[in-house]
Design a protein around this ligand. Structure first.
Ligand SMILES: *Cc1c(COP(=O)(O)O)cnc(C)c1O
Length: 380
């Protein structure tokens, strides 16, 4: 046992070294395999990961790309989205969810989120659909699926494609269907802090549409097929073989890691409930039916800023995802959104805090985190 497993010691927000220790042999063997082959970009290792991940998400094809950001961008590009077009999405996510839309000259059209799950409020989507709407882009935030039943119903009614931002939701389920496999395309990220993390950047688009899969494969190599003959304007969106090999080694552990995250979430829920704090002092995550994979465990408190400062002082890792909603970002000022327009997203940005949830966390560490939070909030 290392020091940090003793109650009273620091608890980091994420401990990637603990995870590496558990898979070091397999991962080093995977890296060695690529070093021996000297085949570094795309190739059989990437293809094998694509097949495994597509199957994991319940889709027919996987297209390995350079990042989650590029997975989103490429998905929007193959749908031909550009100037004059609109895409309906959430104002409460990582920047890339809306960034790809705007980079193509299209307009991200935001609707507010649900106050308790922080996912897009499906009831508001239809009010935002116009003749210019070309897609709906929900995000499965923190590891829990958005209400895909309602979203897909609206999509069918208006004949709109749905691109799922499943960067935080690998293996999450809504009515027994997996994140990324429900829309026309699903986007994953292998950024190291995601539940399946690479040793650098990486991403994947999954789809069951054969035509879109082929276009994505062409788009990621500059739009060329055959090489040097360009039917479309693509980019360098390729995935490295070394990342694919590492990810394949880790994919076999993903369900066991997810189960540990779920168990940690259950322990937090139980221990915070026992502390019986007023809801404005502490609210734990709302879980809908389905499989929540807890990329983050996020609590809500009106004392967020003071609590965060306190946890920093006493050695408990925590972070704000996200301190400013997308409709109020300076780069989107031209879209004309105002403060007050999406109150649920704005309140979430002021009140939420992510605390440690990674699989290797021990119960003693969870007790430390709960104890430090509860003691502090009881003084407020
Ligand atoms: C991480 C993330 C992305 C971007 O993924 P990168 O691999 O970092 O480019 C996009 N959307 C969401 C919701 C994310 O959490």
């Amino acid at each position: 046992m290392s020091d940090k497993n003793k109650a009273g010691a620091d608890v980091p927000l994420l401990d990637l070294k603990a995870q590496f220790a558990a898979v070091e042999k397999e991962v080093r063997a995977a890296i060695d395999r690529i070093v021996e082959s000297q085949q570094f970009i795309l190739g059989p290792e990437v293809k094998a990961l694509e097949d495994e991940l597509a199957a994991y998400a319940g889709a027919a094809h996987g297209i390995g790309v350079s990042s989650g950001t590029d997975a989103l961008l490429a998905s929007l590009m193959v749908l031909g989205i550009g100037p004059e077009d609109e895409v309906v999405t959430t104002p409460y996510s990582f920047f890339a969810s809306a960034g790809g839309i705007a980079r193509l000259g299209a307009r991200p059209v935001f609707v507010d989120i649900e106050p308790n799950t922080y996912n897009i409020d499906a009831n508001l989507i239809e009010t935002a659909v116009t003749p210019r709407t070309k897609a709906i882009l929900p995000v499965h935030l923190f590891g829990q699926c958005a209400d895909m039943t309602a979203i897909l119903e609206i999509a069918v009614k208006h004949r709109l494609p749905v691109i799922e931002d499943a960067a935080q939701a690998i293996g999450a389920e809504h009515q027994y269907r997996r994140a990324g496999g429900m829309g026309i395309m699903g986007c994953f990220s292998f950024f190291p802090s995601k539940n399946l993390g690479a040793f650098g950047d990486g991403g994947m688009v999954v789809t069951s549409d054969d035509g879109l899969a082929e276009k994505l494969q062409i788009l990621r190599v500059q739009g060329a097929k055959p090489k040097y003959h360009h039917s479309m304007i693509g980019g360098n969106f390729r995935l490295d073989a070394i990342q694919a090999a590492i990810l394949r080694a880790k994919l076999g552990h993903l369900d066991e890691w997810t189960a540990k995250r779920q168990e940690n979430a259950r322990l937090y829920d139980e221990k915070f409930a026992a502390a019986d704090l007023a809801p404005e002092l502490l609210t734990t995550p709302t879980q809908r039916p389905g499989r929540h994979i807890f990329n983050q465990y996020v609590v809500r408190t009106r004392e967020r800023n003071t609590l965060m400062a306190h946890l920093n002082d006493v050695g408990v890792g925590c972070a704000i995802y996200y301190p400013a909603p997308l409709h109020l970002q300076a780069c989107f000022a031209n879209l004309g959104y105002r403060e007050g327009q999406f109150p649920n997203a704005e309140t979430a940005a002021r009140e939420i805090l992510a605390i440690p949830i990674y699989p290797e966390l021990t119960e003693a560490q969870i007790d430390t985190v709960v104890d430090r939070i509860v003691r502090f909030l009881n003084t407020r």
